[in-house]
Design a protein around this ligand. Structure first.
Ligand code: ZN
Length: 163
């Protein structure tokens, strides 16, 4: 059985056929529907981790803290410090505050435990390249948070910011 592109099928289908194809694709998990009742974006591809419109994940949760911390619970006060430093940074610079910021752990730049790759800013389902937080309170808070143990490279940390 050949692998086909869903868009090829849909572009040659009648409305009824397209509905059936979409229904089958949802059942098969090729497509998923946003569970945010206020959004309900349909036909999100399997590869998408978040709704392209509102940013809710496949479990229907808004973007929230997600910290890969292989050696136990994340020290809450350090996460609070990082969140506070981020809020302050966006306020001070007059920049729109994102819903969350994702940092990627790296082992680059000689430091085995810094989040030196500044990751992305999340505005709903839209992402923008992150700002450079070098030399700021944000960088200091990141270093404090990741200084305990060496996180595995490739892990990400998402910090949600208050609205
Ligand atoms: Zn959505």
């Amino acid at each position: 059985m050949p692998t086909v592109e869903l868009t090829d099928l849909l572009s040659h289908a009648t409305d009824d056929q397209a509905d059936a194809i979409r229904a089958a694709a949802h059942t098969a998990g090729v497509l998923w529907k946003c569970r945010n009742a206020a959004c309900a974006t349909d036909d999100l591809p399997r590869s998408a981790r978040r709704c392209a419109l509102c940013g809710f994940d496949r479990e229907g949760e808004p973007i929230g803290d997600k910290v890969s911390y292989p050696y136990g619970p994340v020290p809450g006060d350090l996460l609070t410090a990082l969140r506070g430093a981020l809020v302050e940074w966006f306020t001070e610079h007059g920049r729109p505050r994102p819903d969350a910021v994702t940092f990627a752990y790296t082992n680059e730049n000689g430091g085995a435990h810094d989040c030196s790759d500044w990751g992305v800013l999340h505005f709903g389902g839209r992402t923008e390249p992150s700002c450079d937080f070098s030399g700021t309170e944000v960088a200091e808070a990141l270093i404090q948070l990741t200084d305990f143990e060496v996180p595995f490279s490739g892990a990400e940390m998402t910090v949600a910011l208050p609205r």
